[in-house]
Design a protein around this ligand. Structure first.
Ligand SMILES: Nc1nc2c(c(=O)[nH]1)N[C@H]1C(S)=C(S)[C@@H](COP(=O)(O)O)O[C@H]1N2
Ligand SMILES: [Mo]
Length: 263
């Protein structure tokens, strides 16, 4: 997979420099445009810059996050945000050692799913040692093991044209008289299908601990920590996230953070 990505990167980069050569390397069609101030030339330069920018955008979204070695894991993953959900449905599953847990997959899919942890761990697994960057300014390297989100979405059969994957979490992050706000997050299909985007049930060789999101948490390695929903209850494939929460695509996004938290 990495090989294919690299080949694609190289192909795109070559295409980019090829365009540059045509536009600025004295190609015939530009012979009459040697005047640097010619408006058509300025237009073409701008068009080329746009093409390059679009390609870079593509490259950035497809590229793999850096992976590390076991020796790089120097400290436990620092728990952050909610670390001990007290929600009744969560506690029920926790007390049953998550035997009763089912990941619900619904929304714009051909086949809604209800997957036990056993079913999830019977699917092809991926492990990766990556760095978690929190917006608060700390990082931790840990090993994450889980099932690629792409595998689950392929099993559910995402309908054509859908844009986002919404993660509903068990934990109430903010309490209020009306019952409180539960954590939620969204990512787009590009990140959802990325090979390093996994639903993790393992961390540093053990079952995912409760403070880090047991039984299931998202890893979306090209973005900041707040995108990585812990305590995932359900996944919903949606065309828009405007009707959820305050409409910005996540608990923290609703409070001013960027929706795309690229690193
Ligand atoms: N459900 C849920 N997911 C969450 C949070 C949370 O409070 N609740 N906090 C987020 C933030 S800000 C970070 S940095 C990471 C923390 O993951 P960790 O506890 O494994 O370090 O989880 C993210 N996902
Ligand atoms: Mo964070």
């Amino acid at each position: 997979m990495a090989g294919a990505l690299i080949t694609r990167r190289r192909a795109l980069r070559l295409t980019g420099s090829g365009l540059g050569a045509i536009a600025f390397g004295g190609c015939n069609i530009l012979d009459g445009l040697s005047d640097l101030d010619h408006p058509l030339r300025a237009y073409m330069e701008r068009a080329n810059a746009l093409t390059m920018a679009a390609q870079r955008g593509l490259l950035d979204r497809d590229a793999l996050a850096q992976e590390f070695q076991p020796a790089d894991i120097r400290q436990p993953q620092r728990p952050n945000g909610v670390t001990n959900p007290q929600d009744a449905d969560y506690l029920k599953h926790l007390n049953a050692e998550f035997e009763t847990y089912r990941l619900e997959v619904s929304g714009r899919v051909a086949r809604p799913l209800s997957l036990s942890l056993r079913a999830l761990s019977a699917m092809p697994a991926r492990s990766q040692i990556t760095r978690h960057d929190c917006v608060e300014g700390w990082s931790c390297i840990a090993q994450w093991t889980g099932v690629p989100l792409a595998t689950v979405l392929e099993r559910a059969g995402v309908l054509p044209g859908v844009k986002y994957v919404l993660f509903h979490c068990f934990d109430t992050i903010e309490r209020s008289l009306s019952g409180g706000v539960k954590y939620y997050e969204t990512i787009d299909l590009v990140d959802a299908m990325h090979p390093q985007t996994i639903l993790a049930y393992g961390m540093n060789g053990s079952a995912l601990p409760v403070p880090n999101g047991a039984p299931l948490r998202l890893r979306v390695e090209r973005q900041l920590g707040y995108k990585m929903a812990k305590y995932i209850r359900a996944i919903e494939v949606v065309d828009s996230f405007e009707t959820f929460g305050r409409g910005r695509g996540g608990y923290w996004e609703d409070r001013g953070y960027e929706w795309y938290a690229g690193i």
